[in-house]
Design a protein around this ligand. Structure first.
Ligand code: M6R
Length: 613
C-alpha cells in the first residue's frame, strides 16, 4: 500500500526522505518519488519501480532543500508510471502533494476544476488535491499566516474518501501541512526538525517521540513546532507519545528475510502478548478492560470480524469463546460484514482483529457495528492505530513490528490474546470450571516453549519443501480446529510461493474436491485433535490411495511408514493447538518460496497493510 514520508528541519531533506521510503518498501508499491522545496521552487523527482531507482535521476543528489515530501505508490487509479507517481503539483507549480488513500469523488472534482480552466496530466485521483488547494488559496482574499491552512481545509471539505496528505508550497517555504482521514499518518518530533510517515518504523531511527494525528485533523509543521487543528480550524492539544520499539527491532537481525526472523520471534512475541495478563494467583487481568458479569451475561452474540490471517485467528477464537464462555460466536470477513446488514444491537459484542489496525474494510466494519449500538473491542499490534482509536476498547498483541507481508507472529499472538480474553470472560461469567480454566492458563504459559520446540523441525521441513516446490496444486486438510489451521497454512503457501492450494475440512473432501487428487499432488494433513485424528487419517488414506504425497503435522504417535513426512509438534490443549501446529506450515511456505527463488518478504500484488477497500 502507498507510503508517505516527510521532513522539515535543518538537514538536507532528500537522503532522509529516500531512507524513509526504503523502510516503507515492505508495504508494497510500484513507483516512488520525492519533492523538495529549494530556491523558491519545488523540485519533483519520481519514477516507476524501486525506491533505489530514484538515485539514478539526474540532479537528485544535488538537492539541498531542507523541507520535502516523499511517497511510494501502489496503483489504484491509473497504471504504475512516472506520470502517475507522486508528488503531484498543481498547474502553476505552487503546491506539491503526496497522498495515500482514494478520493472517491475525483471525477466530479476534476470536472469542477476543468470547468475552471485547470488541466490534468495524470490518471490519478490525487491530482485534484493540489489544484483544489490552488483554487481555494487564490479565492481567499485575506493574505495572513493561516491562508494556506484555510485553503487545505477547504479543499479537504470537498474530498470524499480516505486520505493522508502532505503538502508543501513554494509561497510558504518554512511550513508543511498534513491532513488525515481514514488513512495512517504519524508525526515524529525532533529538535528543530519534524518528520512525517505513514508508519512508525520508517522514522524510528530519527526519533522516538510521536504525535498521532486523528481523523479530520490538520497539522501545521514548522521546523520548531507542530500545531494541530480540527476541521473548524480550532486548535487541538496533542500529547507527545514515546515509542518503545528500537529501530533495530525493525531490522532483520541477521536472518535472510523478515519473514524468517518473525517466525523465529514467535516464542518471544507470545511471551510479550501474555505479559502480566496471566498472574500466578488470581484471575486474568487486562489493564484496559472492565467488563462486568452483568454486561457479559447480557451478550447474546459475539462477532469476530477481520481479514486474511487475522480472520483465521478469529476462527480459532470462535472455538474458544463458544467452548469457554458459552456465547454464540460468529466470524465474518470484514469486506462481507460491512455490506451484508448483519444483525447487531446493543447486546452484540464485536471483536475486530487487525495486526496493522489500518485495514480499510475492518475499520469500516467497526464503524458500522458501532453505529448499530454494539460494543466494539479492537485487537491490534499497533498502538494508536486507526482501529484502536475507533473502538470502545482496545487490547494489544505487543508482538513487535511485523514487516514481512506474510503474517506469522501476528497470527500466533492474536490467537494467544483471544485465548486469554476468552479465559478472562469465562472467569467473570463463571461459565467454565475453575480447574479447567486453571489448567488452560498453565497451557497458555507453556506455549513459548512449545513453539520453540516446533521450530526445531525447520531442517526436515526444508528437506520436504525441496521435494515438492515445483508443484502446481496442494491441499491442506484438517478437522475441527485443525481445519482453521489448514486455512492459514494454505493462505501462507499461496501468497508467498504462488502455488495454488485449497484448504478443506477433511471430511468434505469426498464431496467433490477429491476429484482433483492424482498421482504426485501434495496433501498437507494437520492432525492434532486426539478425538478426530482417526477420522482424519481415514481421509488422508483416501488421498494416498489416489497417489498423493503426504506431509503430516501432528502431536500424536502415527506410523512413520504410512506418510511421506511426519512433523511432530508438542502436545497442547486442542483449543490452543493452532498456535503450535501453524509453525511448521509457516516454515513450509517459507522454504518453498525460497526454493523457487521468490521475494519472500514482498510477494507480488500484495501489500502489508491494505488501507483501501
Ligand atoms: O493488518 P491486518 O491484520 O488487518 O491485515 C489483514 C490481512 O490483510 C493480512 O492478514 C493478510 O492476509 C496477510 N498478508 C496474510 O499473511
Amino acid at each position: 500500500m502507498c507510503g508517505i514520508v516527510g521532513y522539515i528541519g535543518t538537514q538536507k531533506a532528500s537522503p532522509i526522505l529516500i531512507n524513509g521510503l526504503l523502510r516503507l518498501e515492505y508495504r508494497g508499491y510500484d513507483s516512488a518519488g520525492i519533492g523538495v522545496l529549494e530556491n523558491g521552487a519545488i523540485s519533483v523527482m519520481k519514477d516507476k519501480g524501486r525506491v533505489n531507482n530514484l538515485y539514478n535521476i539526474d540532479g537528485i543528489n544535488d538537492l539541498s532543500g531542507t523541507i520535502g515530501i516523499a511517497h511510494t505508490r501502489w496503483a489504484t487509479h491509473g497504471v504504475p508510471s512516472k506520470e502517475n507517481a507522486h508528488p503531484h503539483k498543481d498547474n502553476s507549480g505552487e503546491f506539491a502533494v503526496v497522498h495515500n488513500g482514494i478520493i472517491e469523488n475525483y471525477n466530479d472534482l476534476r470536472k469542477f476544476l476543468t470547468d475552471k480552466g485547470y488541466n490534468f496530466y495524470s490518471q490519478t485521483d490525487t491530482e485534484v488535491i493540489p489544484n483544489l488547494v490552488h483554487y481555494y488559496y487564490h479565492q481567499d482574499e485575506k493574505d495572513d499566516e493561516q491562508r494556506l491552512l484555510r485553503a487545505v481545509n477547504n479543499a479537504c471539505k470537498d474530498l470524499k474518501g480516505s486520505y493522508a496528505i502532505e503538502l508543501i508550497s513554494k509561497e510558504h517555504p518554512d511550513m508543511m501541512i498534513v491532513v488525515r482521514k481514514d488513512s495512517p499518518l504519524v508525526i515524529g518530533k525532533g529538535y528543530k526538525e519534524n518528520y512525517i510517515s505513514s508508519d512508525i518504523p520508517a522514522i524510528l531511527s530519527f526519533t522516538k517521540d510521536f504525535y498521532l494525528i486523528d481523523d479530520n485533523e490538520i497539522a501545521v509543521l514548522t521546523r520548531e513546532n507542530v500545531e494541530f487543528y480540527n476541521d473548524n480550524l480550532e486548535k487541538v492539544d496533542k500529547k507527545l507519545e514515546s515509542i518503545e520499539w528500537s529501530a533495530t527491532a525493525a531490522e532483520k537481525d541477521g536472518y535472510e528475510d523478515y519473514m524468517l526472523k518473525e517466525i523465529y520471534e514467535q516464542p518471544n512475541a507470545i511471551r510479550e502478548t501474555i505479559g502480566s495478563r496471566l498472574p500466578e494467583d488470581g484471575p486474568c487481568y487486562f489493564e484496559d478492560l472492565d467488563f462486568s458479569k452483568e454486561y457479559l451475561s447480557s451478550i447474546n452474540k459475539i462477532y469476530i470480524v477481520a481479514c486474511g490471517t487475522a480472520m483465521h485467528a478469529g476462527l480459532v477464537g470462535k472455538n474458544m469463546l463458544e467452548k469457554l464462555c458459552k456465547i454464540n460466536t460468529e466470524v465474518d470477513i470484514a469486506s462481507e460484514f460491512r455490506y451484508r446488514d448483519p444483525i447487531i444491537n446493543e447486546k452484540t459484542l464485536c471483536l475486530f482483529i487487525s495486526q496493522s489496525g489500518e485495514t480499510a474494510d475492518t475499520i469500516a466494519a467497526l464503524k458500522l457495528a458501532k453505529s448499530k449500538g454494539a460494543k466494539t473491542l479492537a485487537i491490534s499490534n499497533v498502538i494508536g492505530s486507526s482501529i484502536t482509536r475507533e473502538a470502545d476498547y482496545s487490547i494489544y498483541t505487543h508482538a513487535g513490528p511485523e514487516i514481512a507481508v506474510a503474517s506469522t507472529k501476528a497470527y500466533t499472538s492474536q490467537v494467544v490474546l483471544i485465548a486469554i480474553l476468552a479465559i478472562y470472560f469465562a472467569e467473570i461469567l463463571e461459565s467454565e470450571h475453575y480447574a479447567i480454566l486453571k489448567d488452560l492458563k498453565q497451557e497458555v504459559l507453556s506455549l513459548p516453549a512449545k513453539v520453540e520446540n516446533a521450530l526445531k523441525s525447520n531442517k526436515r521441513i526444508q528437506d520436504f519443501a525441496r521435494k515438492v516446490y515445483n508443484e502446481k496444486d496442494m491441499f491442506f486438510l484438517g478437522r475441527g480446529v485443525d481445519q482453521t489451521v489448514a486455512l492459514e497454512g494454505s493462505l501462507k503457501l499461496k501468497e508467498i510461493s504462488y502455488i495454488h492450494s485449497e484448504a478443506y475440512a477433511a471430511g468434505e473432501l469426498k464431496h467433490g474436491p477429491i476429484a482433483l487428487v492424482e498421482k504426485g499432488i501434495t496433501v498437507v494433513g494437520i492432525l492434532t485433535d486426539p478425538k478426530l485424528v482417526e477420522k482424519s487419517i481415514s481421509n488422508i488414506q483416501e488421498v494416498i490411495t489416489r497417489g498423493a504425497k503426504t506431509f503430516i503435522i501432528t502431536n500424536q504417535e502415527l506410523p512413520a511408514d504410512k506418510f511421506d513426512m511426519i512433523i511432530k509438534v508438542p502436545e497442547v490443549n486442542p483449543l490452543l493447538s493452532p498456535i503450535v501446529s501453524v509453525v511448521p506450515l509457516q516454515l513450509f511456505a517459507y522454504h518453498i518460496s525460497k526454493e523457487k527463488g521468490l521475494d519472500v518478504d514482498k510477494p507480488r500484488n500484495l501489500a502489508k497493510s491494505v488501507t483501501v477497500e
